[in-house]
Design a protein around this ligand. Structure first.
Ligand SMILES: [Zn+2]
Ligand SMILES: [Zn+2]
Length: 416
């Protein structure tokens, strides 16, 4: 895939310059000009890691298999670590931290942040910053992984050069003050090495597979596979598929991408309703991330899951359909009349739902008031009863005293 270097430099895009007068950063790399490439802007750590790890993973895994063979244990280790790794990004980094689509208790937040570091996709703070910016200014030059600069750029190219928007921290004021996210950001490398390499090694060792095979398969190989699964969301999910909800941005819905990305392939829906904890909204749409979040909510590990109503989703789809049909010659008046009818009936339904909610609230309040009155009445009766009892006790004691006084007087009388 060819890649022009102007795509890596959002500040250099003057269309009036011809090829000969363009700064080198705006031209394609060739043998003639490679010396003039802006090497000072290369993000060496990220570039070396992203370029070296895939061939290294293939080479070392092949050497291992050649010398020691493969086992079912290693297959399960790869499947398990790949699944966990992808879910840490889709459930944690993406839907929880970047979009706040649900809430979790402190210990789940801690686990998602610390284990998430082991996916080697950068700190949670930086990932969320880039992602929120991507949603806010999608497809523009400001979009950190805009597809407008090509498939390769959106997939991996954007990470090879330094970020040109250091002010972008303003996108994450809520996360910047979170102590676990701050800690992960400040001590990223040791945390990532422990979660991403040492932990899979220890798990493999505990399962009898050996520490180093665990580091190779559950660490290196898993990191490469999981990273490219995530990268597909920025590249393929902005290139291939349908646009049932909006054509105002390049995001696509694609069931095949959803399989490769743990549900994130329903990206057109996601860009339209980004706060929804689901990306595949229909029950049959492959979205293991939404199933995981739902299961977490059942187990008390997640709460306040945000959902867009079915009617709103349907309306968005109908609006898009109207646009397409009108563009292909369908009667605009007829379509608008039908859509107005849908809007009016939905508005009426919403009003009635609102009234129904208010009525329910009133009924609950009335029931509580009735209970309060009945309780007060019972308490008054009880107090009355206690007072009567106290009186009766006094009367009883008086009666006994009177008896005793009379008996004493009688006994004195008969003795004299
Ligand atoms: Zn996107
Ligand atoms: Zn998103």
């Amino acid at each position: 895939m060819s890649q022009s270097f102007d795509s890596l430099d959002p500040q250099n895009s003057n269309p009036t310059l011809d090829a000969s007068t363009k700064p080198i950063a705006n031209r394609r790399l060739s043998f003639a000009n490679w010396r003039e490439f802006p090497w000072q802007r290369v993000n060496w750590v990220s570039a070396v890691f992203l370029i070296v790890t895939p061939p290294l993973a293939i080479l070392l895994t092949s050497l291992y298999v050649w010398n020691h063979g493969w086992s079912w244990g290693l297959t399960w280790l790869l499947i398990g670590s790949f699944t966990i790794s992808n879910l840490l990004i889709t459930v944690g980094y993406h839907r929880l931290f970047a979009h706040r689509a649900f809430e979790v208790p402190g210990w789940v937040r801690f686990a998602l942040v610390m284990l998430g570091a082991g996916c080697f996709q950068g700190t949670c703070l930086q990932w969320s910053t880039d992602h929120r910016r991507h949603h806010r200014v999608v497809d523009s030059d400001e979009d950190p992984y805009t597809i407008g600069k090509g498939f390769f750029f959106a997939h991996i190219g954007w990470m090879l050069m330094k970020d040109q928007h250091p002010e972008s921290k303003r996108y994450v004021p809520d996360l910047a003050n979170d102590r676990w996210i701050k800690m992960q950001h400040d001590y990223y490398l040791p945390i990532a090495i422990f979660s991403g390499w040492i932990l899979p090694g220890l798990v493999a060792w505990a399962c009898g597979l050996g520490f180093w095979p665990g580091v190779l398969v559950g660490g290196l190989l898993r990191i490469v596979l999981s990273e490219h699964s995530t990268f597909l969301i920025n590249s393929a999910a902005h290139t291939f598929g349908g646009q049932p909800y909006t054509d105002k941005n390049s995001a696509r819905d694609n069931w095949f991408m959803a399989i490769l990305t743990f549900g994130e392939g329903y990206h057109n829906y996601h860009h339209f309703f980004q706060a929804d904890y689901r990306n595949g909204v229909r029950w049959y749409q492959w979205d293991p991330t939404k199933w995981t979040i739902w299961t977490m909510s059942v187990l008390g590990m997640a709460r306040r899951l945000k959902r867009v109503s079915a009617a709103e989703i349907l309306k968005a789809k109908i609006a898009m359909e109207q646009k397409r049909m009108a563009a292909r010659g369908a009667s605009h008046e007829r379509l608008q009349a039908l859509r107005d009818r849908i809007e009016a009936s939905h508005k009426r339904l919403q009003e009635l739902q609102f009234q129904m909610k208010a009525e329910m609230k009133l009924r609950v309040a009335q029931r509580a008031e009735r209970r309060r009155v009945a309780q007060a009445e019972r308490q008054a009766q009880f107090a009355e009863l206690r007072a009567e009892m106290a009186l009766a006790q006094v009367e009883f004691r008086n009666a006994v005293a009177a008896w005793q006084a009379y008996a004493r007087a009688w006994r004195t009388a008969i003795q004299t």
